[in-house]
Design a protein around this ligand. Structure first.
Ligand code: ZN
Ligand code: ZN
Length: 665
């Protein structure tokens, strides 16, 4: 879903105050869809622990009084017991008044308070048995700033999720239901509205029944694909139908005065449908409609609410249409089981905006969209918290960081495996519910390798990598790179990083596995050079990256901030060999070629290691330097040395450092 109305108000306020923003125009449009301040502190719902029954089907019969702004309804709930002796159930219903509840011909006792109806069943229902409970209710339905049920001068309609409401499920604002995303059910619905009004809902319109003495029309809709309660919707207005130009099963409902603008604004919907049917799978429902409504966009199953200001006769909101349409796969066909996994809905739909760009404009269009509209938007948001169980459910982390994770995953597991995995995930959880480990498991299964390292850091941990790198020509045919990570809250990220390196026959891209900080990489092959060097040239990683200027130019800077460097050794004591690592975080200068010297206890030099090896090193040690070598306890002539204490020493212009080694043969 995407929010617009209230956030648009915030934007207008800032304009009238004369606050200018230097954010790109493209981002300002996205800003409208994130209400950063309005719902800070929203606590995400915890998983349901009391699911001892399964709703199979809802029968909604609702009569709307648009003048009094009330509804009067009956909801039949077909339920299957999942426990041995089910003797009560609870359903959600907010604000509206329950008049009576019955099963066949028996009235049932109930208590309705704090948005929950507890219903005594009058007998125990064994596991597997089904029964129907009927609830008669009426009143003026409620809404919060965004979600809930609205009566406005243009339309009466609901939006199925709340922005400021915990949990966000808002089916309960207009019909009694077991209002969690993971109990999908079928829906039969009949809506009675004044003659001249049209009631649009999920699934297929199966009948329209006029009642001329009463001046009403009853619209009968049926959605026999499993549907989550938050994805059920009704919108009532004086709608006209604008058919799609290609597919008869795509038709949109708009206000009469917007019908010609809608022809243009919706003209690419069939191409979006083609895109997702090409990349994913054939559309999984019976019809598709955008339905014009006075507030923002919401991906109700087969009848997406679409904000009226976006039907403007142009196509600058195609990205929003593409986002919402893709939810029919990721959100509606495959639905989160738990709100903490919201990125499986919103990250996927945001990524699908880029998939649509790829479909119509190829790789460059995809790449530009991911970088400019998704990754840079997230990086500018300032959000650092994890994707899972996000501090802000409808923010840039769920949407743009989630989308960036899919972009990165596509590169890590490669293109064809990525789309195979997405479609296997869809097939496996078709019309069902998912949590993040379900998606990870399918990816691992198709990829054939563990992906804990990827999901742990990107989904469950904080922030993103902030790389600093140096590179230099280290002799003929050798390019060396040192990468450090300077993020403060997140972990050291483990990622395969693409580097562009020149060769004697042109540029090539080589992959370096960057999994520690500092990370030292050497690319050695014929003609290797730094002429066109680039870090992640195709922007596969969500990151900030900075190149420290070339080493030679940095000589004075090293002198100013130079350190002695330090040496780590292990194991110590050692019997066969010992690893010696020279590290300099800040960069320093060696007295001569960068070297480590081994002395015995009497001060006799017994072994010299030149780190460069080719005699051309001028002694500069760049920031993030980290070089490990192995000493086998032999002197420069290859003779084994006796057990005893030795010292490993490095001489920088800022002073010498040494470590004591204990050799036990
Ligand atoms: Zn969405
Ligand atoms: Zn169910």
């Amino acid at each position: 879903m995407k929010t617009l109305a209230v956030a648009l108000g915030l934007v207008l306020v800032s304009v009238t105050l004369g606050i200018s923003s230097e954010r790109p125009e493209r981002w300002k449009m996205r800003d409208k869809f994130h209400q950063m301040e309005a719902h800070r502190g929203c606590v995400v719902s915890k998983p349901d622990s009391l699911h001892d029954f399964d709703v199979l089907k809802y029968d909604l019969s609702i009569s709307f009084d648009l003048v009094a702004q009330t509804l009067t309804g009956t909801t039949g709930v077909l339920i299957r017991s999942e426990v041995a002796d089910l003797d009560s159930i609870f359903l959600h219903l907010v604000q509206l008044t329950v008049d009576s509840i019955w099963m066949t011909d028996r009235n049932l006792p109930f208590d309705h308070s704090a948005g929950v109806i507890e219903i005594g069943l009058d007998s125990t229902i064994p596991a597997g048995d089904t029964f129907q409970v009927n609830i008669a209710y009426q009143g003026h339905p409620a809404h919060e700033a965004w979600g809930g049920f609205w009566f406005t001068s243009k339309a009466a309609f609901n939006l199925g999720v709340g922005l400021n409401t915990d949990p966000p499920s808002m089916g309960r604002y207009w019909f009694p239901c077991y209002d969690v995303p993971n109990d999908k059910a079928e829906f039969d619905m009949s809506y009675t509205v004044p003659l001249g009004k049209v009631a649009v809902s999920n699934g297929i319109l199966v009948d329209t029944i006029p009642d001329y003495p009463e001046s009403t029309m009853t619209y009968v809709w049926s959605e026999h694909h499993p549907t989550s309660t938050y994805l059920v919707a009704v919108s009532i207005s004086d709608y006209v139908v604008v058919p799609d130009s290609v597919y008869a099963w795509i038709y949109n409902y708009v206000y009469p005065e917007d019908s010609s603008k809608a022809v243009t604004s919706f003209r690419n919907v069939h191409r979006m449908m083609d895109a997702y049917e090409t990349f994913f799978s054939p559309y999984h429902f019976d019809k598709f409609s955008f339905v014009e409504t006075p507030k923002g966009d919401m991906e109700h199953q087969t009848c997406v609410s679409h904000y009226y200001l976006c039907i403007n006769g142009g196509n600058n909101y195609d990205w929003l249409l593409a986002h919402e349409l893709s939810h029919q796969w990721w959100g509606d066909w495959v639905t989160i089981a738990d709100w903490r996994d919201i990125w499986l809905n919103e990250g996927f739909a945001t990524y699908c905006e880029a998939i649509y760009q790829e479909y119509i404009g190829g790789w460059n269009a995809y790449h530009n969209y991911v970088v400019n509209s998704i990754m840079n938007y997230y990086l500018a948001s300032g959000e650092l918290f994890p994707i899972y169980d996000p501090q802000e459910m409808w923010g840039a982390t769920s949407y743009e960081k989630g989308a960036s994770v899919l972009h990165m995953l596509r590169h890590v597991i490669t293109d064809s495996i990525f789309f195979d995995a997405l479609n296997s995930y869809g097939d496996k959880y078709a019309y069902g519910n998912v949590v993040t480990p379900n998606f990870q498991a399918v990816c691992e299964s198709v990829y054939g390798q563990d992906l804990d390292w990827f999901f742990d850091q990107w989904i469950y941990d904080w922030e993103y990598p902030k790389y600093v790198y140096s590179y230099w020509q280290s002799g003929v045919d050798t390019v060396r790179v040192v990468v450090t990570q300077e993020q403060t809250i997140g972990p050291v990220f483990v990622m395969p990083v693409d580097f562009r390196v020149g060769t004697s026959t042109g540029d090539t891209v080589v992959v370096g596995w960057v999994d520690e900080s500092p990370e030292s990489l050497t690319f050695a092959f014929e003609g290797a050079n730094t002429d066109s060097f680039a870090f992640d040239p195709d922007d596969w990683i969500l990151k900030l990256v900075r190149n420290e200027p070339g080493i030679a130019k940095r000589q004075n800077a090293y002198g100013r901030q130079g350190e002695k460097a330090h040496i780590t050794v292990s194991p110590n004591p050692f019997a066969r060999s010992i690893k010696l690592t020279l590290v300099s975080e800040m960069g320093t200068e060696s007295e001569d070629a960068v070297s480590l010297y081994i002395y015995d206890i009497t001060g006799q030099l017994v072994k010299t290691f030149h780190m460069g090896g080719d005699g051309e090193d001028s002694g500069e040690v760049p920031p993030g330097y980290c070089h490990t070598l192995v000493w086998d306890g032999k002197d420069d002539r290859g003779n084994g040395l006796p057990s005893g204490v030795y010292f490993c020493r490095f001489n920088s212009r800022h002073g010498s450092v040494s470590s004591k080694l204990v050799f036990l043969r």
